[in-house]
Each structure stands twice: as C-alpha cells, then as structure tokens.
Design a protein around this ligand. Structure first.
Ligand SMILES: Nc1ncnc2c1ncn2[C@@H]1O[C@H](COP(=O)(O)OP(=O)(O)OP(=O)(O)O)[C@@H](O)[C@H]1O
Ligand SMILES: [Mg+2]
Length: 149
C-alpha cells in the first residue's frame, strides 16, 4: 500500500469521468484539504471512486435539475473518511439492504451488472478499509473509510 494524497486521487479519478458530469449539468463540489493522506493502492481506490461516482451519475440523471455531487474528506482518529454524496432520488430501505450484494441491480438490463459496489467492498477490504451507505443522511451518501498515512 502507498501513502496517497486524497485530493490527487480524487482529481485524477474525476478527470476520467468529469466530462459526462459537465454535459449533464451536474455540479461537482470537492471540499478536501490538500493535507489529507491515506494508505492504499492507487488503482484499486480509483476503481472504487469511479464506481461510486458513476452510481451517483446514474441517480442524478433521473432528476430534472439542481443536480449535485459532493465530495468531502476528514481525519477521524486513525482513519480518514471520504464522503461522496448526491442529491438524487433516495435509496429505499428495502433496496439499501441489498445494494452491496453481487449482481444486485435496479438498473435496466444491459445497463448495470450489479457488481460495482460488491467489487468496491472487496477492494476496500484489501486496503484495510470499508465502504458503506449512510441511510440517515439527507442526501444519498457513501462513506469510504481508510487508514490514514
Ligand atoms: N448513489 C446512488 N443512488 C441511488 N441508488 C444507488 C446509488 N448507488 C448505488 N445505488 C443502488 O445500488 C445498486 C447496486 O449498485 P452497483 O454499483 O453494485 O451496481 P450497478 O450500478 O447497478 O451496476 P454496475 O456497477 O455493475 O454497473 C444500483 O443498481 C442502485 O439501485
Ligand atoms: Mg455501479
């Protein structure tokens, strides 16, 4: 595992998918201090972020206007938590219970395989971290916990 600057990881990953956010009038707000560092494998974490960003995108395009993606991070004791939230349609409780399961998808055939979050869970475990959905949040929020560098 490497010591990674979170802001670099986020910006590098956003650069891969940013154009579709711009084209679909989705505002991307990044509030991450340049000092924050985490332990992890760059490519694996980028895959996790990409999946969570893409899921947020799919949710947000279901909404008519005022589409936003919020990315924040903070130190919490020995952990760094990265929060990725969107103001799209909320996840129903019955659905939320299943979203981490392999091949669970609510997307139409051919669109989603239902693998993104289950692969992301495994990848996060490889970094000694975890990913979870915060059901209490106002927005749909996914939290990534990592060890800080
Ligand atoms: N930000 C989100 N807002 C609303 N629903 C979400 C969000 N993220 C995930 N989900 C729900 O969780 C399900 C599982 O997500 P997951 O990424 O594992 O699979 P997928 O996106 O359907 O397919 P794949 O990632 O393989 O293309 C989604 O089908 C969707 O119902
Ligand atoms: Mg997905």
């Amino acid at each position: 595992m490497d010591d990674l600057k979170l802001i670099e990881l986020i910006q590098n990953t956003l650069s891969i998918c940013e154009s579709k956010f711009v084209k679909n009038q989705i505002k991307v707000e990044v509030d991450v201090s340049h000092e924050l560092k985490a332990r992890g494998k760059r490519i694996e974490l980028s895959q996790v972020l990409l999946n969570v960003f893409n899921n947020a995108f799919d949710a947000l395009v279901e909404k008519k206007d005022n589409r936003s993606l919020y990315i924040k991070a903070q130190n919490q004791n020995e952990l760094v938590t990265l929060s990725i939230a969107n103001n799209g349609p909320k996840i129903e409780l019955e659905i939320a219970k299943q979203i981490m399961n392999p091949f669970f998808t609510t997307k139409e055939a051919g669109k989603g395989m239902g693998l993104g979050l289950s692969i992301s869970s495994t990848l996060m475990q490889n970094q000694k971290g975890r990913i979870y959905c915060k059901p209490s949040a106002n927005n749909t929020e996914f939290v990534l916990e990592l060890l800080h560098a």
